[in-house]
Design a protein around this ligand. Sequence first.
Ligand SMILES: C[S@@+](CC[C@H](N)C(=O)[O-])C[C@H]1O[C@@H](n2cnc3c(N)ncnc32)[C@H](O)[C@@H]1O
Ligand code: SF4
Length: 376
Amino acid sequence: MLQLPPLSLYIHIPWCVQKCPYCDFNSHAQKGEIPDLEYVDHLLADLDADLHLTSGRSIGTIFIGGGTPSLLSAQAMQKLLDGVRARLPVNADAEITMEANPGTVEADRFNAYQQAGVNRISIGVQSFNLEKLERLGRIHDAEEAKRAARLAENLELRSFNLDLMHGLPNQTLEEALNDLQQAIALSPPHLSWYQLTIEPNTLFGSRPPVLPDDDALWDIYQRGHQLLSAAGYQQYETSAYAKPGYQCQHNLNYWRFGDYLGIGCGAHGKLTFTDGRILRTAKTRHPRGYMQGNYMDKQYLVVTDELPFEFFMNRFRLLEATPRSEFTAFTGLDESKIRPQIEAAIEKGYLTETETSWQITEKGKLFLNSLLELFL
Ligand SMILES: C[S@@+](CC[C@H](N)C(=O)[O-])C[C@H]1O[C@@H](n2cnc3c(N)ncnc32)[C@H](O)[C@@H]1O
Ligand code: SF4
C-alpha cells in the first residue's frame, strides 16, 4: 500500500469589486452584496461530497483564494472555517491563508478573520505607484496597501505576504526597484514578486499595453533579486521569496506534488488513493451553475504514463533538491521507469544527482521546457 502525500484544502471565492484588466483568474465583478452565507453553505455541501476522497487524512494547510476572499463578512468566514473543522480533522499547526485586496479590508474584519482561524494573510498590493495602480485597474492606493500590511503585522499572525507585480506597462527599472523597497520596508515575512503576463482572455489580452522590452525585464529581475536577497529574502520558487522559515506551506505542498481538495467555483483538486491511482477534479466555474448545486464539473484519473511529467513539472519549479524517494512515494512508480530520462538530463547538464536527491542546475532552469520534455 502506498504512503499518501500530505493533504491541503483550497477554497475559491469567485467575486471581486471589479475585474482587473490583466487578470484571468475565475473572478466576477460583484453586483451588489455578494451572497456570502449562501455561498458558504454550498462550499460546505461541496466539501461533504468530496470527503470520501481524503482516505481519512487530516488537513495540513488551507488556502482561501480568489477572487477576493476579503469580501466575505466575518460571520461567513467563521461559518466556513467552523464548517470545515466540523467535517475534517485540521492539524493543530495548520497554516490557514486568505487573500485580501487592500481596497476591501477593514481593521475589525482582519481581526475577525483571525478569530475564525486565519493565521496568514496575503495582500494584493501589485505596486505602490499611483499611476501604475490606475493602469492596472486597482481599487486602492498605496496608503491603503500600507495600512493593510500594518494591520496584518499588528495582528501578529503566523505570517503575511505581499503580492507585487513587475514588468508593468512603461515601468522603468527605478520604478520597479522602488516598489520593492517600499514592500521590504513593511517587513512582510513573505513576498510574491510576479512578472506581469498578458493573458489571452483579458482586457490587456485584447488591447496589449506597452511593456518593458526583454533586456529591461532581465535588468529588473536581476536587480530586484539582488535587492530581495540583500534584505534577507530567499527565493524558493520563480516568484516566491521568504525570510527563512516563512515559505508558504500550502504552495510548497502543490509544488512537491502533494494532494489537495479543491472546493468552490472552478477549484481544482488532486487526490491519491492507497492503491496508487491519482484523481484530478475540477468544479463548476460559474457561480450561477455552482450555486444550483452542480459542484463537480470534471473528474478523471491521471494516466500512469503522464505521472513522471506531472511530478517533475511541479517539483522543478522549486529551487530545493528533490528527494529521490518522493518520486516513488508520490507517484507509485519505480525509479527504473525514468532512469533513461534522468541519465539524459544529467548528460545534458540539466540535473545533478546524489544518492538521495536530484538538483536542477542553472542550465536546467534556463531550459526547463527541454528538461520536462524528456519526461513526456
Ligand atoms: C487572486 S489575486 C490576489 C487577491 C486579490 N484578488 C487581489 O488582487 O488583491 C492573485 C495574485 O496574482 C497576481 N496576478 C494576477 N494576474 C496576473 C498576471 N496576469 N500576471 C502576473 N501576476 C498576476 C497578482 O499579484 C494577484 O495579487
Ligand atoms: S487581480 Fe485580484 S482583484 Fe483583480 S480581478 Fe483578479 S482576483 Fe480580482
